[in-house]
Design a protein around this ligand. Structure first.
Ligand code: FAD
Ligand code: MG
Length: 548
């Protein structure tokens, strides 16, 4: 009798997907299925969700692919993904009534830009007597728990962050696949296909070029594809461990190979960060049961965590003004130069190749991101990182509100005061040569230079006229001359950075900063892991400022 009575009280649950677009290791989804009679999975396009406000075609199509993947997986279980367009509060007001909802679950969206939306929905739930439950799943730890363990403020250095997170303990292991067998998922009144998944075009986002529609290096969204990529990735990691190193993507940057990075999937949550973290650790332990796990094994995931934690209570994290962790540097405003940088028209082939790849594929390797960000800001153009951030935020598939801003502040020396002591910048010619020794990357993404000889491909303006003509690429006609004199610009900026340092370092402020020289090198992903010492190994790439 009491059991029947209990059964009568089973919930009509809705799981609201925003990020976390996966079934596996999804604590909020599991909570929705507990003591549940009828289950619905929904997604709401409200003009902002999952970064859709700023997304160009590559990111938007990745998201749409994630939704199709969820829908397909849910259909195999007898349900579907219900997709809505409109304001979440209005949508829920209608749904609570139409479906008789008693419980709503969702994954915590830890970036502060989402709090207002979620608070409104929580308030509606309270008013309508609907239980709501939220769970962490997008980050390894609950960022606020890390902050509590650091005495109430975010740990300002990466080293301190690592120590504090150790106090919190290892992140939870992934949770099981959901079991839908005990819930009803019958499809509600679906007249006129009213829950259809829109296309990018339906949402007003169109490809800017043919290449954007058919990119060479294609990241495809969705949990099923993400899991395949994870398996491929784990094989690459195992080979690296066997050969005595870790973080293969960083250690041996491959700019030309097929997609290997999980960052688009981690960004949308089509792969769980906790699963990736534990797979890395477990694979290592299986291979070397008696060895301690090297910190660098999962360091890149900890950087992600660090930026999330830094920004969790700082809604100004993506801007310079009123952002307590960001130094106010007097950057130039120069729309014309910004456009040249954005459109891959700087005249520096390696920069242009990276920017062309960014716009067409939504992806650039970390070393390329570092180079173009340095060039735009403290290196050559002295343009604000906020302008660069907007371009990245539009095109990158993995553009995270927190991670992207954190990296831009880092690279531009805006938030990490010790970097101000290293005001040198990368040389686009030398850095390019180091990362793309055969010039193939430039040939692929700056086809105008396809026939330029390796001797000149990094600095084609230095090629004699007959070489330019033979290569079918005359500088000033087929490809632009360098937009700045790198030597002069970088020397001027070095002085400006010294001045900024002298002015700002006297003030007492609480910026996040690198703990030591090694951290600077690790962050930059310099491929040669030269032993830590007083000289930054980046000097060979930035100190050697070539003459123009
Ligand atoms: P994987 O090794 O497969 O994934 C590792 C994960 O570690 C990444 O998904 C990312 O979440 C994290 N990670 C790696 N490096 C960093 C880092 N420096 N900071 C924080 N997290 C890191 N990464 C993003 O995910 N989103 C962004 O918006 C973003 N913007 C960037 C902007 C600039 C200017 C720079 C220099 C870097 C940016 N990065 C960003 C960090 C980094 O370039 C990418 O995460 C990286 O290229 C992913 O490739 P991967 O092969 O390491 O991915
Ligand atoms: Mg990596």
């Amino acid at each position: 009798m009491s059991k029947d009575k209990y059964n009568l009280k089973k919930d009509v649950s809705v799981h609201w997907f925003r990020h976390g677009l996966r079934l596996y290791d999804n604590p909020a989804l599991l909570a929705a299925l507990e003591n549940c009679e009828q289950f619905y999975a929904i997604f709401i396009f409200d003009g902002e969700v999952a970064g859709t406000k700023t997304a160009a075609y590559p990111r938007m199509s990745f998201l749409i692919e994630c939704l199709h993947d969820l829908n397909k997986q849910l259909k195999e279980k007898g349900g579907q993904l219900y997709v809505f367009r409109g304001d979440p509060v209005e949508t829920f007001t209608n749904l609570f009534k139409e479906w008789g909802v008693t419980k709503l679950t969702f994954e915590v969206d830890p970036e502060p830009i989402w709090y207002e939306r979620d608070n409104k929905v929580k308030a509606l739930c309270e008013k309508k007597n609907v239980k709501w439950e939220e769970y962490h799943g997008h980050t390894l730890w609950n960022p606020n728990e890390v902050i509590e363990n650091n005495g109430g403020s975010p740990p300002l250095t990466f080293k301190l962050f690592t120590q504090t997170s150790e106090l919190v303990g290892l992140p939870p292991r992934p949770r099981a696949y959901p079991d839908f067998s005990k819930v009803k998922m019958d499809v509600s009144n679906n007249d006129n296909n009213r829950f259809f998944i829109p296309t990018c075009e339906d949402l007003g986002v169109f490809p800017e070029t043919e290449h954007q529609k058919n990119p060479l290096n294609h990241y495809i969204g969705g949990e099923v594809r993400g899991r395949k990529l994870l398996e491929t990735r784990m094989k690459v990691e195992s080979v690296a461990y066997e050969s005595g190193y870790c973080m293969p993507n960083q250690y041996k940057p491959d700019l030309l190979g097929p997609p290997l990075s999980l960052s688009p999937h981690l960004r949308f949550g089509s792969i769980s960060v906790r699963e990736f973290y534990w797979r890395l650790r477990d694979t290592y332990t299986e291979m070397y049961p008696d060895k301690d796990i090297p910190v660098s094994l999962t360091a890149m995931l900890i950087w992600r965590e660090y930026f999330y934690t830094m920004s969790v209570n700082n809604i100004k994290f993506n801007q310079m003004a009123d952002n307590p962790v960001c130094l106010n540097i007097k950057w130039y405003k120069n729309q014309e130069q910004l456009e040249k940088w954005t459109n891959g028209q700087t005249g520096f082939p390696w920069i242009d190749a990276c920017m062309n790849q960014l716009r067409t594929e939504g992806w650039v390797h970390h070393v390329g991101r570092h180079m173009v960000a340095c060039f735009l800001t403290r290196g050559d153009l002295w343009i604000s990182w906020e302008d660069g951030l907007k371009v990245f935020d539009k095109y990158l598939i993995d553009a995270d509100w927190s991670v992207c801003a954190g990296n831009w502040m880092w690279v531009s020396s805006s938030a990490f005061e010790k970097m101000l002591q290293c005001p040198k910048c990368f040389s686009p010619g030398m850095y390019g040569r180091r990362m793309d020794p055969t010039g193939e990357y430039i040939r692929r993404y700056v086809p105008e230079l396809g026939k330029m000889s390796l001797n000149y491909i990094f600095e084609p303006w230095k090629a004699p006229q007959e070489v330019q003509e033979k290569a079918g690429c005359v500088i000033g006609k087929d490809y632009p001359p360098p937009m700045v004199n790198h030597r002069e610009a970088s020397q001027r900026n070095q002085k400006l950075m010294e001045e900024a340092k002298n002015l700002l370092m006297n003030k007492k402020n609480s910026h996040c900063c690198p703990s030591d020289e090694k951290e600077v090198r690790d962050f930059v992903w310099l491929p040669d892991h030269t032993p830590a010492g007083s000289v930054c190994s980046g000097d060979t790439l930035c100190g050697g400022i070539e003459s123009l």
